[in-house]
Design a protein around this ligand. Sequence first.
Ligand SMILES: *Cc1c(COP(=O)(O)O)cnc(C)c1O
Length: 499
Amino acid sequence: MTEHVSPASIAYVLSEPDGLSRDTLDPNDWTAFRFLARQMLEASIDKMQSASQGRVWTEPTPALKQSFEFAIPKQGRGGAATQAQIESLLPYGVGNAHPRFFGWVHGSGTPSNLIADIAAAAINANLGGRDHGAMYVEKQVVRWCRELFEFPETASGLVVSGTSIATLIALKAARDRQLQFASRKAGINGARLVGYTSTQTHSCVARAFDILGLGSDSLRSIAVNERFEIDTDALRVAIAADQAAGLQPFVIVGTTGTVNVGSIDDISTLADIAAKENLWLHVDGAFGAVGVLSERLKPRLTGLKRADSLAFDFHKWLHVNYDAGFVLIRSEEAHRKAFSERPDYLKGAQRGLAAGNPWPVEYGPELSRGFRSLKIWAQLSEHGTDKLGAMMTQNCEQAAYLAGLVQAQDTLQLLAPVATNICCFRYVAPDQSEQELDAFNNEIVIQLQLSGIAAPSTTVLLGVTAIRVNITNHRTHKSDLDILINAINEIASDLLRNC
Ligand SMILES: *Cc1c(COP(=O)(O)O)cnc(C)c1O
């Protein structure tokens, strides 16, 4: 008679040490490991506690770069040596945690996100699907996003690395819906799909057109008005012209928070046009969409709830540590139909570990996915939407304050109205040609970055090089902007004296 094995005795058998020593990748000495890990934790907290001090950015030294140049180790170098080298990297960040980091659009992170990342690493979950605790955190993040943007309960969403991939996912759903999803097998098959966006749109939209086989030329760049918002009359004209030429318009891409100047397209009017022409309305809200949490910005974002899809980041103005973005799609059906594949080895089940349908893998290109949603959830849980929104309002006030400083000085010229949190201006040295002014302002920005005092970036507006100050930073004070202007004036004086 075969002996009946109860589940309890299985558990007992499995946990019984067999006395054989096996080689694993676990530490041989857990006490030593704890000691090292705590050292790293202390160093990391020190780094975050001093985020407002010292230089903004420090150029990586030749020694640092060389220290990483060695052959892939055949014999491991051990935990202590590896950790020492990791620690050597800590001073050489982008600088985005510093209150005078003003370049591009970077969030400034929070110390508490460190905790979520530690736990996420310990759980080491794969969120492609299946039934485990992390999935319930992610599902709640999706629910919160729907609520935040007043999307219907049927809308679907996916946590991704950032707005670039979120845009790709949304535009694939738009493309496939337009082609009745036949494009999944047949490709675009000669369809002449065209889309519309403004000249101020981020390059990730054209790149998505490229990746999706539509070609970036199929994305029409529509002019902007004096506030750098898409010219909706010009948009109507362009759509009509393409229709008359026998092309198939399928999508409009609006932006809430353009990358150059932070302007917000008139999403309500775009939604009207999309409804009339039966087009998909996608919104790139990379940093600006979460402005719905700010009393100051919310009234300008009411059109968002009419979008078919929205791409945005948690790692920018919500300061979740890199990386964390999101795509929200009104039609769960279109979203799923554009991505769902369930081969035999990924079949779901009603019970057991393969339960928990639908799985995230049905809503995007990735199967294996990390637990990004934990740090998103933790940020919202700890700080709450009121405080996070107030931080954004403060940044908008600071950008307006900076514009005031610029306008108060003859040698500075404001190059775009301050729409939200970005201020673009230049230093106008006397008797310089436009070309010389471009070079002069580029040099000012490089010297600012090298000095460690502040780190704005540059852009080009209406053909003119601008010093671009983006403030998505909960550590910035108005005094940091005074320091910035003083430093610009000093550098400019030095340059003029020496030329
Ligand atoms: C940053 C940004 C993007 C790209 O987002 P990633 O998260 O870097 O992929 C797209 N659009 C705008 C307006 C942005 O500011």
